[in-house]
Design a protein around this ligand. Structure first.
Ligand SMILES: [Zn+2]
Ligand SMILES: [Zn+2]
Ligand SMILES: [Zn+2]
Length: 123
């Protein structure tokens, strides 16, 4: 009687271990699929941009023409256009993206982060 109870408990433990292993396998497979999907959706624009692009102007190109002030500057990494940020009245960096579809800009003068307008993603 005691022996059969022990075998029963051992069987239950083995079944639990099998279930845990299967669940882990399933979880890993789902995680792998998710990773592949998210890398497919990731922005490739940063890889294609040229870090050596030189700014065309010292300040915001349009603000200098219009005589308005800006808060911060963004440079287009496709053509070097310098525009003002979204906290500025002119919104010229965003306008430049809408007009040209150049996707990636970098913060000036620090160049600490880049932003892809298409994927709405920092890098
Ligand atoms: Zn992108
Ligand atoms: Zn501007
Ligand atoms: Zn541009």
């Amino acid at each position: 009687m005691v022996l059969s109870t022990l075998i029963y408990i051992a069987l239950v433990i083995i079944v639990i271990i099998i279930i845990v292993v299967l669940l882990r396998f399933l979880f890993n497979a789902l995680f792998a699929i998710f990773t592949i999907m998210s890398t497919e959706n990731r922005c490739e624009h940063y890889a294609r941009t040229n870090e050596d692009v030189n700014p065309k102007t010292e300040g915001c190109e349009e603000c200098q023409v219009e005589g308005t002030n800006w808060v911060a500057l963004r440079m287009c990494l496709t053509c070097g256009h310098v525009g003002c940020c979204d906290s500025s009245l002119g919104l010229h960096a965003t306008k430049h993206y809408k007009e040209t579809s150049h996707p990636v800009m970098v913060a000036l003068p620090s160049k600490q982060w880049r932003w892809c307008y298409l994927h709405k993603e920092y890098s």
